[in-house]
Design a protein around this ligand. Structure first.
Ligand SMILES: Nc1ncnc2c1ncn2[C@@H]1O[C@H](COP(=O)(O)OP(=O)(O)OP(=O)(O)O)[C@@H](O)[C@H]1O
Ligand SMILES: [Mg+2]
Length: 501
């Protein structure tokens, strides 16, 4: 757009401090109807905090927010037409999709909820998003990706001026992402202003018109995306020049570490796979293809029939037996399955290794050892946290992810299954994590990575299996990786509505 009308929302000198520590400082930008602004920066740069001030969840320490040119003393999201999809899902699992979408404003009169109307409203919202979900289904029965769609539908209900999307694509696969981008285009055409937060540069250039770059809470750049290259935008964010670097993978051995034979359940059929020592095996596929379910079944978290062998020996599919045999599973959903949010970083880092700190001779718990190790892990994983006694809930999303990885890496397992290991992690940290995984493989560990981020799998795996609808439908060696072939195999051609990206 060449000529700008008046901004719908402006922020001027927005700052936020928590107990004396300034985490956002002097952020200033305008939002225009029909345009998308990218808020970019590394983990902990202050993106989510800025979002929270913009939608009224946090009160700025200093600075002003103007809506239609008028200063508002306090933003009330619903009232000012500013709504956000947060980085972490905020749904109630035991309520239906319709209840979740309409939760802040249930239709009806005189204390009676009109459930039919709620279902209709919810179904309309979902239909607009172009994804098939039953409004009566309980949210906990949906996968992470569909839950994300429900979040978006819920936020849209109150977003008449501004919709903020905080890393909305981390649980979505290529096809669903593209659908979301089409929806965002529609919303822009309807005159909504979008604030888009993402660590994926391709997404930012696909969706957004302008950008604001943050580093350590400060605004370090601002402008039109058409006028800045991806590389210079990334360098703005990290504050240094970046070199092209590719992960070098060592050749795997021929010794099988983990073998899965004839594994079946209601979610997947007849899965056979082998991972060798020193090998990184990727599992690609669309949301709902059954990848997480397989990982859970191998680890003993989910009922299935079939055999799992570790180092040639059959192991009962039971979590403690698996862990005792050296297998570890790093889950996809760090909030639900992984982290203790209201406990310190130190405890979260040692949670998988408690027995290691028990000092039998002294009949006590080695707090000093635990602390020292927490410090080591924080620096090793490059976790940005003021103190190891801070609660995990105070950390930015990417740093929470690093805490979870650090916890499991420190238990020194022989076989690791990672489910979406770099979900919500910034480019610098992602690179660190990839290097770590490659280094683990080089020491002979066997690794399985389930990821919806195809470039990640192309980058970091020796071999890739492609899944569709609960079955393995293809296998590629690193030398034959072909993203177009992999995507079309995963999306399949003979399914109604599943358009290959
Ligand atoms: N309630 C809080 N108390 C103390 N510090 C906080 C609180 N909330 C956020 N912070 C700190 O503010 C900084 C910015 O966090 P924020 O969540 O805004 O980062 P982000 O840019 O969204 O990062 P990510 O990409 O990892 O999501 C971080 O250092 C974080 O630890
Ligand atoms: Mg964030």
């Amino acid at each position: 757009m060449s000529v700008h009308s008046n901004p719908v929302v402006s922020v001027r000198g927005l700052s936020k401090s928590f107990v004396g520590k300034t985490v956002v400082s002097g952020v200033t930008f305008d939002l225009f109807a029909g345009e998308a602004l990218a808020l970019v920066g590394e983990n902990g740069a202050g993106k989510s905090t800025t979002k929270n001030m913009l939608c009224g969840l946090l009160t700025p320490t200093t600075g002003t927010i103007l809506v239609n040119g008028q200063t508002v003393p306090k933003v009330i999201g619903a009232e000012h037409g500013i709504s956000a999809v947060h980085q972490e899902l905020s749904l109630f699992g035991s309520l239906s999709v319709a209840e979740n979408i309409c939760i802040s404003d249930l239709p009806g009169a005189k204390m009676r909820v009109d459930w039919a109307a709620a279902e209709r409203i919810a179904q309309e919202q979902i239909a607009f998003l172009g994804i098939e979900i039953d409004a009566r289904a309980l949210v906990e029965t949906l996968g992470a990706g569909k839950q994300q769609i429900v979040e978006i539908a819920k936020a849209l209900l109150h977003a008449s001026k501004v919709l903020i999307l905080d890393e909305p694509t981390t649980s979505l696969t290529a096809v669903e992402r593209e659908k979301l981008f089409v929806i965002i285009d529609k919303l822009k055409a309807r005159g909504l202003a979008i604030v888009f937060i993402s660590h994926f540069m391709e997404e930012i250039y696909r969706v957004c018109d302008s950008f604001v770059a943050l580093r350590d809470g400060c605004q370090v750049g601002q402008g039109r995306l058409a006028e800045v290259s991806q590389r210079s935008l990334e360098e703005m964010m990290v504050g240094r020049t970046l070199e092209d670097a590719r992960v070098n993978l060592a050749a795997p051995s021929q010794t099988p570490a983990l073998e899965v034979r004839g594994l079946s359940s209601s979610d997947f059929k007849d899965i056979n796979l082998t991972v060798h020592r020193g090998e990184i095996l990727g599992i690609a596929g669309l949301m709902g293809a059954g990848r997480t379910e397989i990982a859970e079944a191998i680890f003993g978290l989910r009922a299935a029939v079939g055999e799992v062998r570790i180092d040639g020996k059959a192991v009962p599919r039971d979590v403690s037996a698996m862990m005792a045999s050296g297998l570890c599973y790093v889950t996809e959903d760090r909030r639900k399955n992984g982290l203790f949010l209201n406990r310190p970083v130190r405890e979260n880092l040692s949670a998988a290794h408690i027995a290691g700190f028990v000092q039998r001779k002294l009949r006590g718990f080695g707090f000093r050892g635990e602390k020292a190790r927490a410090h080591d892990l924080v620096s090793d994983m490059n976790i940005s946290v003021p103190h190891i006694e801070n609660n995990v809930s105070d950390l930015s999303g990417g740093n929470q992810q690093k805490v979870m990885l650090g916890r499991w890496l420190a238990t020194n397992p022989e076989i690791l299954i990672f489910d979406e290991p770099t979900k919500g992690v910034d480019i610098g940290a992602k690179f660190d994590i990839h290097e770590k995984i490659a280094a683990l493989a080089a020491t002979g560990k066997a690794i399985i990575i389930v990821s919806s981020d195809l470039p990640e799998l192309l980058h970091i795996t020796h071999r890739m299996l492609v899944m569709r609808k609960g079955r393995i439908v293809g296998e590629f060696l690193r030398s034959d990786f072909d993203s177009v072939k992999i995507i079309s195999l995963a999306a399949s051609s003979n399914e109604g509505g599943q358009d290959a990206a």
